[in-house]
Design a protein around this ligand. Structure first.
Ligand code: UDP
Length: 436
């Protein structure tokens, strides 16, 4: 066994992979996890990244980092219109990326060769650059397989209101971004998915028919390496000792990820919904979550003190550790794909509060296909919130969701073991990269 591993490492020595993550937290995490997996398998790693949401390279001393200017003005570098941001990035980064990649290709050290480029699917301009520089490009899709807008009519569990919605100033931009993303993935050398066969079997089969390129569902990627080292915000470690003091499966963990935003009224409804249900809660209020507020100053004075230690609010949590903690009973989530997968992997049922885009589709699948969560669909109102929490935490239907998600968690564990589907896909991916 040992000598076989030695042989494989030797074979990959001198092969370098260049990765280019999209500068958003939910895209950076899986890309850096993939980079760590490839490094562990013997490849050398280079990361190209933008100045915007620049990465902390000190957590990865074994990778080489190359920063490119993205040219975004302060007002452009905003999450308020994510579609325009994506479109702008694809225009403004094109020339600096091409220069950077060309330099990396021409400055190869002796005994080394560059095997391929792996970019986020959101960097659709990179396909043309890769072709012009004659380097194979693989794509990493960081959302669920089922999330492909143009397929909605063929997917019965989805209703019109589950169709990914992005608020954007210029609707035409959305069409252009969606088209770029799909078309430039179709002509790439292959697509890597942060998902696993057992969860998305039907969608994967449909996709394989439609996309004539190799597919590698190797996820969940965070099971190999945690997201903490690629976190843009520092994770408040006080969450864990606070959880240690709570009874098993008693805590409501609330987080809406790195981009979603709410208004002050919604903040207050959430606060009172949590307070009124009389269960302990750990709540992530990211600076910027509440439009027009710095942090939690719109909450009534003395709100937390009144709860006598039953509530803990942090700016950013070590989410994977929180979900894995025995005290965590439910995850009230916006259903970003990473959060959804992380919850599945720890067997924690969800309350779904999707805000935009792929989150709508994920929430529908969590609640109506996998049946491991409750979709909070009505207006964000304290009474509705309290009812939903009670249904999942205290009633039989919540217990059934818990049993189903524990079953999915077991499937995850199996797919990553030798002979499992993700394990095999990863082997296939490595052999494929070596074949270039
Ligand atoms: N996350 C975290 N601490 C938090 C909230 C989120 O570390 O307090 C991480 C989470 O584990 C996940 C990522 O941030 O890996 C969020 O990605 P997701 O796809 O769920 O949502 P997005 O932020 O892209 O909307």
């Amino acid at each position: 066994m040992g000598s076989q591993r030695e042989f494989h490492l030797q074979q990959r020595k001198g092969r370098r992979v260049i990765l280019f993550p999209l500068p958003l937290q939910g895209h950076i995490n899986p890309m850096l996890q993939l980079a760590s997996i490839l490094y562990n398998k013997g490849f050398s790693i280079s990361i190209i990244h933008t100045n915007f949401n620049s990465l902390n390279s000190s957590n990865y001393p074994h990778f080489s980092f190359h920063s490119i200017p993205d040219g975004l003005s302060q007002s452009e570098a905003s999450f308020a219109d994510i579609v325009s941001l994506l479109s702008l990035l694809n225009v403004k980064c094109a020339a600096p990326f091409q220069d950077c990649l060309a330099k990396l290709l021409s400055n190869i050290v002796e005994g080394e060769s560059i095997a391929c480029l792996i970019t986020d699917s959101g960097w659709y301009f990179t396909q043309a650059v890769a072709q012009s520089l004659k380097i194979p490009r693989l794509v990493l899709r960081t959302n669920s397989v089922v999330n492909r807008m143009h397929l909605v009519p063929e997917l019965p569990p989805l209703r019109v209101k589950d169709i990914p919605v992005f608020e954007t100033r210029i609707p035409e931009t959305l069409h252009q971004v969606a088209l770029g993303l799909t078309n430039q993935t179709k002509v790439s050398s292959g697509c890597i998915w942060n998902s696993f066969q057992d969860l998305e079997q039907i969608s994967l089969a449909t996709l394989r028919k439609e996309f004539p390129i190799p597919m590698f569902p190797v996820g969940p990627l965070h099971k190999y390496f945690p997201a903490s080292s690629s976190s843009l915000l520092s994770q408040d470690q006080s969450s864990i000792p606070w959880l240690d003091k709570q009874p098993p499966k008693s805590v409501i963990y609330v987080s809406f990820g790195s981009i979603a935003a709410i208004n002050e009224t919604e903040l207050l409804e959430i606060a009172w919904g949590l307070a009124n249900c009389r269960l302990p809660f750990l709540w992530v209020v990211r600076p910027g979550l509440v439009r027009g507020a710095e942090w939690i100053e719109p909450l009534p004075k003395g709100f937390l003190e009144m709860l006598d230690g039953r509530g803990h609010i942090v700016k950013w949590a070590p989410q994977q550790e929180v979900l894995a903690h025995p005290a965590t009973g439910v995850f009230w989530t916006h259903n970003g794909w990473n959060s959804t997968l992380e919850s599945i992997c720890e067997g924690v049922p969800m309350i779904c509060q999707p805000c935009f885009g792929d989150q709508m589709v994920n929430a529908r699948y969590v609640s109506h296909v996998w049946k491991v969560g409750l979709h909070l669909e009505r207006k964000l109102e304290r009474g509705e919130i309290e009812k939903a929490i009670r249904r999942v935490m205290l009633e039989a239907e919540g217990q059934e969701m818990r049993e189903r998600i524990v079953y999915l968690k077991e499937k995850v564990d199996l797919c990553l073991k030798q002979g499992g589907s993700s394990y095999q896909s990863l082997e296939n991916l490595i052999n494929y990269i070596l074949s270039f």
